[in-house]
Design a protein. Sequence first.
Length: 227
Amino acid sequence: MPGLRVLIADDNPVVRAGLAALLAADSIEVAAEAADGREALSLTRRHAPDLILLDVRMPGVDGISALPHLVRLAPVLMLTYSREPEIVRESLLLGAGGYLVHGEFTPEDLVRAVHDVREGRPHFTPTAADTLLASLRTSSQPQRTVAQSPERLHNSVLFGLSSREVEIMDLIASGMSNQQIAAACFISEKTVKNHINRIFAKLQSTSRSEAIAHWLGTARPGVSGRG
């Protein structure tokens, strides 16, 4: 039976070398190494690895930006120093099969995670597991954002926005800038921009004013008035 072949995407060559050594001890082959998300996508298409180990913060195209494209080609296991809850949640929503934080796993844990994610079993280190559990507990509680006006609830269902996207769309409609939204939601401006891009796509809008018009009901879904 052929061994597993993985691609490591991390901008730190020392980290890549260390991971390759740990995996080699279990006969897991490193098919390629990438220093950013763009290179990871190109090398994944070329080498067709069984699994991708993906860092979050890399220059150029970062891991979060590359993730939705990579998961179409191979299972992805996040392997990073980033432990922010919003980053963990976004990674899982975008299709990552697991999330390991450096310093929270042993070599044996790494090998087990590679095999688990390759076979479709999720694997998380404590930080990511705690974040996932907190999210599940929060989602099981009554949400204040749902207890809005009937119009807001109707729009969230109509446009297919998540609870977080509803929250951000309401802040956009209130006139907040990306920086102010990031501060209010305790997330990065980069994450705010990612949410806004998805919101604009769902509302079929190309600007804040157009999105607000659709959201507040002054324009019909799918009609932008651009002729």
